[in-house]
Design a binder for this molecule. Structure first.
Ligand code: ADP
Ligand code: MG
Length: 326
């Protein structure tokens, strides 16, 4: 039997089938771009959340689900250095639960208002069971300052905003510890249910000369590999420098928190590379949105198209790479 393609292979085949657009970015980055009027480009992305796969309504309120559905898309715009935008919201739900639509929409609208996003349309349909929500979002950016996955260069440093592993630590606690959670889990639950996309950080990075970024939706290990492959470079990351979530360390221990920071996913922080001369300027600029942790470097010492993780100078093997759909 021939093996079915994995998620990345499927996307590569789709990219070959559809072909590149005549101008702007097509499949392969966090968002697509095309020329707009004036000196800007439109930046577009879409992401879908499925009940039972991406969320459970016994753990997530409908309002939080709406917030998150928009947040994951805004995070892709942040990773391009773009500003939002207008959104289209599509929801599939079974007839008995159609009252949820307005609750989901209210949560989504609270983040839309906070970020200057306008919802201008969508689609509402009946589902045979699971609730599905899809958001399509268009924003705007300066084409000369786009943050792209393919712009890392040897000699760059690798940086990340915020802390890692909080959202997946919440998921771990919800699935492994039924019953009321320790109050110390509050920041983890907030990160899981109401992630704050790094829109300000993305624009600050773009305006200060950074050109390469990706958002961390599927875990640092997987996103570092995407950057290395898209840019045709090798990346080295020191796991001793990972900005672990303090609440995760307290409730799950350092070792587990480190695993979650590497492969847990849903952090919605930005991973980026930059000229080492920018380090002080970026550290002070990012103080207002997540801060900066330098994790490693882009280097010829690591094979092209790979991301190597080291601990105390020694390469380590990761058991897994992060979330993949198939
Ligand atoms: P992200 O995690 O940033 O949302 P994905 O891993 O979902 O990115 O997708 C990677 C790239 O593949 C993106 O450019 C996305 O637009 C594209 N892509 C994913 N699925 C499809 C599809 N079914 N058809 C066309 N392009 C797709
Ligand atoms: Mg992304």
């Amino acid at each position: 039997m021939t093996e079915l393609p994995g998620e990345f292979e499927l996307i590569a085949r789709l990219a070959a089938l559809f072909g590149p657009p005549p101008n702007g970015l097509g499949i392969g980055d966090d968002a697509a771009t095309w020329p707009a009027t004036g000196d800007t480009v439109q930046v577009a992305t879409t992401d879908m959340l499925i009940e039972g796969i991406h969320f459970r309504l016994d753990w997530t309120s409908p309002e939080d689900l709406g917030w998150k559905a928009l947040a994951v898309n805004l995070s892709d715009l942040a990773a391009m250095g773009a500003t939002p935008g207008r959104a289209l919201i599509s929801i599939a739900v079974d007839a008995a639960r159609r009252g949820l639509v307005l609750q989901v929409a209210r949560g989504l609208q609270s983040l839309a208002e906070r970020t200057g996003t306008r919802v201008v349309g969508g689609d509402t349909v009946r589902s045979p069971g699971p609730l599905v929500i899809n958001v399509a979002l268009v924003g705007e950016a300066d084409p000369a300052r786009l943050l792209r996955r393919d712009a890392a260069r040897p000699g760059d440093l690798v940086g990340v905003t915020g802390c890692l592993g909080a959202s997946s630590a919440a998921l771990t606690l919800l699935s492994e510890r039924p019953g009321p959670l320790d109050p110390a889990a509050a920041p983890l639950l907030a990160a899981h249910h109401r992630p704050l996309p790094r829109l300000v950080a993305g624009q600050l990075l773009a305006s200060r000369g950074v050109r390469c970024a990706i958002d961390i939706s599927d875990g640092l290990a997987s996103e570092a590999l995407h950057l290395a492959r898209a840019s045709g470079v090798g990346i080295e990351i020191d796991v001793g420098r990972l900005p672990l979530s303090p609440a995760a360390v307290r409730l799950l221990g350092e070792r587990r928190s480190r695993e979650l920071a590497l492969t847990g996913g849903e952090d919605y922080e930005l991973l980026f590379t930059f000229d080492p001369q920018l380090v002080d300027e970026l550290a002070s600029a990012l103080a207002i949105d997540g801060g900066l942790t330098v994790l490693g470097e882009v280097t010829d010492q690591v094979p092209t198209g790979t991301a190597q993780f080291v601990e105390a100078g020694q390469p380590i093997e990761l058991a897994e790479r992060g979330y993949v759909a198939f």
